[in-house]
Design a protein around this ligand. Structure first.
Ligand code: SF4
Ligand code: ZN
Ligand code: ZN
Length: 329
C-alpha cells in the first residue's frame, strides 16, 4: 500500500476516503480534518482560550496535541474521578504529556473537593456510576472554564462516539436529545461556556494512529465502569456496518449534521438561570449537581448517625460552587 501523496510506504489506510498515507502525510490529513471541523462549525478562533478536557486516553491527548500544534491556546483540564488504579494511571499519562510538551494543565479533584469519589457519589444518590460521573464532569468542566476565563470547552469525542450516540438516540427516538446533538453547543448564559468537539470528523482508529505516530503515551485500558455500556454495543454494531460498507459511520453522522438536525431545530430553547447555591447555569432553582452532592452528604450524615461506617463527606457543596450545563437533571 502506497501513500497517495508521496508514493512512499503507507502507514495508515482510510477506507472511507479511499486513501492511504505515510506517517507525515497522515498527520497532514488529520490536521486538515480538525481545522475544517473548527472552521465549518465555527468552534473557536486563535483568539479564544480553549480548555481541553483531558482523560489521558488517545482521543483527548490527540486533541490537546493537535490544537497546540495548530496554534490554538489550549490548556488541559484533568479531573480526578477517584476511580482507583484507572484514575491513577490516567492522571500519570496526562501529567507526563504536559511535562514532555510544556503544555499548561489544570487539575480538579472530585474526592478532595467533594469528599467522595464519583462511585461513592453514585452509590449515595442511587445513580449508576456513569450518571454521577457525567454530571460531575460537565459541572466541573464548565465551572473551571468560567472561573479561569476560558471561552470554550473542547472534548475528544470522535466520529465513532458521535455516531454511536446518534444511533442510540435514533433507536429510542429521543427527539430532544437529537435536537441538541451537535459538535457545538453554544453558550446561552453568561456562566455557560461553549462546548465543542473538534474530532467529530476523525474516526477512533485514526485518533489512535495519530497518538502512536506522534509518540503520545496514552492509557489503553477503558474505565472499569464502561463494561456493558450500551454505547459499546452501538459502536460494535456500527463497526460491523463500517467493515461491510466503508463510510457508513461518516454517512450516518455527517448526513445527520447536514440534513437531519435542521429538521429538529424547531425545539424550544430552554431558559437558564443561576443555581441559588453555586451560581452555575441550570433550568431549576438548584442545579442537578448541587442536588446530587447535597443528597449524598445527607445520606452520609444519616448513615453516620446510624453508626454505619462511611467515608468523610465535605460540607454541603453549595458554597463551593457547582454544576451542570443546564439540565434540570
Ligand atoms: S465509563 Fe462512566 S464512570 Fe468511567 S469515566 Fe466514563 S462516564 Fe465516568
Ligand atoms: Zn506520504
Ligand atoms: Zn448549583
Amino acid at each position: 500500500m502506497r501513500c497517495q501523496r508521496c508514493r512512499g510506504d503507507a502507514a495508515v489506510e482510510i477506507r472511507r476516503h479511499h486513501a492511504a498515507f505515510c506517517g507525515d502525510h497522515f498527520i497532514e490529513f488529520f490536521d486538515r480534518q480538525v481545522q475544517r471541523a473548527i472552521e465549518d462549525e465555527r468552534m473557536f478562533t486563535r483568539d479564544d482560550r480553549v480548555l481541553v478536557a483531558v482523560s489521558g486516553g488517545k482521543d483527548s491527548l490527540a486533541l490537546w496535541d493537535v490544537l497546540r500544534r495548530l496554534g490554538y491556546a489550549a490548556t488541559g483540564l484533568y479531573i480526578n474521578l477517584g476511580i482507583g488504579g484507572y484514575s491513577d494511571e490516567s492522571h500519570r499519562k496526562t501529567v507526563a504529556y504536559a511535562g514532555a510538551h510544556g503544555a499548561d494543565l489544570l487539575v480538579a479533584d472530585i474526592p478532595r473537593e467533594f469528599g467522595m469519589s464519583v462511585e461513592e457519589l453514585a452509590r449515595a444518590t442511587r445513580r449508576v456510576s456513569c450518571s454521577a460521573c457525567g454530571l460531575s464532569k460537565r459541572y466541573l468542566f464548565n465551572r473551571v472554564a468560567i472561573d479561569h476565563g476560558f471561552t470554550v470547552v473542547a472534548t475528544g469525542h470522535n466520529l465513532d462516539d458521535e455516531a454511536a450516540v446518534l444511533l442510540g438516540n435514533l433507536l429510542h427516538w429521543q427527539t430532544d436529545y437529537l435536537a441538541r446533538q451537535s459538535p457545538v453547543l453554544p453558550s446561552t448564559h453568561p456562566t455557560l461556556a461553549r462546548k465543542v468537539k473538534p474530532l467529530y470528523r476523525i474516526a477512533e482508529r485514526e485518533a489512535a494512529a495519530y497518538a502512536i505516530i506522534r509518540g503520545i503515551d496514552y492509557i489503553v485500558d477503558e474505565c472499569p465502569n464502561s463494561v456493558g455500556a450500551k454505547s459499546l454495543l452501538y459502536k460494535e454494531a456500527l463497526n460491523l456496518l463500517e467493515q461491510a460498507s466503508p463510510g457508513a459511520k461518516q454517512s450516518l453522522y455527517w448526513g445527520f449534521l447536514e440534513r437531519g438536525r435542521a429538521l429538529l431545530a424547531t425545539q424550544d430553547a430552554v431558559t437558564l438561570r443561576a443555581c441559588v447555591h453555586c451560581g452555575q447555569p441550570t433550568t431549576a432553582e438548584v442545579c442537578a449537581f448541587c442536588r446530587m452532592t447535597e443528597r449524598a452528604a445527607e445520606r452520609m450524615r444519616v448513615q453516620r448517625l446510624r453508626g454505619a461506617a462511611a467515608p468523610a463527606v465535605a460540607a454541603p457543596i453549595g458554597a463551593a460552587g457547582a454544576p451542570d450545563s443546564g439540565g434540570a437533571g
